[in-house]
Write a protein that binds this ligand. Sequence first.
Ligand code: PGA
Length: 245
Amino acid sequence: MRKKLAAGNWKMNGLQENLHEIKLLSKYANTATCEVLICPPATLLQSMNAISSRIAVGGQTCHTETSGAHTGDISAQMLADSGATYVILGHSERRSDCNETDAVVRTKTKAAWAAGLTAIVCIGESLSEREASNTIDIIGGQLAASVPDKATGENLVIAYEPIWAIGTGLTPSLDQIGEVHDFIRARLERRFGAGVGRSVRILYGGSMNPKNATDIAQVSNVDGGLVGGASLKAADFSYIIKALG
Ligand code: PGA
């Protein structure tokens, strides 16, 4: 049985004054069936972690190295030192803003594992790729190239995030989500064996909100959500947690 994961991606949002949302969220968190995770900006990791033992915290990226002359960057070890247990890697905004290739994401995933973090590796097609019926090829390629060998159900989570659905209010149909999630599951089982392949959680991300979460949560092989905008307010995110759990 895979435990559901409700993961909030705060992106470049959040100041100390927003931490009260975490206090509010705490009473909905960590039910027996749904784990709750918030990935705030790195500046809030420590203080968020101190608020509630029922909400896990994670980073939004990490460097490939553990330390060194990389001004402005943060290593996986530093995230773990701040209380993080997860890190989002290869988000489409990092792939486009910072030229993160599949090879870079793969190296970062190894760095995350070396620091004991669970990597949430993001993959997803653009609108033109979907319109050209290339979605499955793109997803297969990203999955193969971004995920290193030695994945387990504990160190890896996959997030399927169609780029055109992120922050737009658009979502794929439930059939389209199911098709991609089933494909990812089959690929994971083929590469890592049935045991590991069945234990890795696959999240849906892209305009998930309190209205669509219940339907998306029922789709085959959807083990949770990676939620941006709707994770910023406890009032919204708590609905998504309930829908998943
Ligand atoms: P969104 O973002 O929920 O605001 O669309 C999701 C994400 O980018 O992880």
